[in-house]
Design a protein around this ligand. Sequence first.
Ligand SMILES: [Ca+2]
Ligand SMILES: [Ca+2]
Length: 420
Amino acid sequence: MTQRSPARSIPSLSLFVGCVAWMALAATRDSAAREWRVEADGSGDTARIQEAIDQAISGDVIILAPGRYVETLQFRGADITVRSQDPDDPDVVDATVIDADNQGSVARFDGRETAACLLTGVTLTGGRAAQGGGIHGQGTRATIRANRITSNTAEGRTGDDPRGGGLFQCAGRIEGNRIESNRAWTTSTLTTSGRGGGLAECGGEIWSNFIQSNTASGPGGGLFACDAWVEGNHIAGNQSLAAGGGAAAGDGHWRNNLFVGNRAEAGGALSGQRGVFLHNTLVSNHAQTRCGGMLDSQILVFKNCIFWNNDGPETQSAQDDQILQSTAPLYSCVQGWTGGNFNIAADPAFVDPLRDFHLRPDSPAIDAGGSIHGVVRDLDGRLRPIDSVREPRGDGSNLDMGAYEYPIPLHGGVTVWRLY
Ligand SMILES: [Ca+2]
Ligand SMILES: [Ca+2]
């Protein structure tokens, strides 16, 4: 017995040595990762943000004090973090401003960054470039979170192919940003140029953003050619002089999005959409010549949406103002619908038809959806289908149509569970 004790201690000894070695390595990494403090008056660790980026290595964090930084940023492929002092506080985000002063994209990525590269909690403004006025991603997988990206311009003549007023070719996670009042614009007269006022050709995950009041002279007032997982976004008040006020030529998985008050020559909310389209609510979008809602779209899986009060020329029928020259949906609420397919045409009974698109208790859209794979939450982030009692509607899946599941969350998002 006495001889076995040392032998039995060997595994724990080697485990101990291994732990020490690991801790030493971790300590080395911790000491290698550095925080860089930058002040707008130049009194920080470096005089400018770019000097910190140039010296930083992967794992470093660059923290910007509130203030206005007039410069453009070039990320060099390292997985660094650039952030304000408090990315979760919108007042801090609004007060930490990087202004390109029309001298190019506000931030330009190398394209080699991974999801561990993080740009968060800052305002990006004053960008002007042919592509990506706010951010030119070059296919970067960097995480772009909780920023305000506003008043940037992608501009040029038709030959410059201006695209992506706010963001261009970002392929990582784009989450919780306010992407507002950007524009893609051509200085030529050809109006198919100037595409994607807010975002163009972005992939990855576009989650929980406010994409609003962006404009494009070509297609895609809000988004153009984004083949991505697009979920939980408010896409509002965007405008295209061509097609797709909210989005044009989108592909991938689009769900739990609210499209409201977008405008275009044709396809007020959407034009040329592809892919999967589930639980989206489209309200009060407007087109000058053809279809206020969804135009020219071939959808692979198309269920549980609401199309209401979208308007176009008065010569069209109510149904044609909602969906035209597109795949017919299933289990959706479409104003004026006459084509069957388990769709309904009854008023969805919004809490406020102009502002609040949650469903009232008497809404015929409650429990009127069809079963689907993959969507588990609604636009408020609450688990669907919320209650366990099935109304005798839809296919019995208990899912509601539209972006919000009934009942309405009360008191700052606290859900009142209720059977009905
Ligand atoms: Ca139910
Ligand atoms: Ca339900």
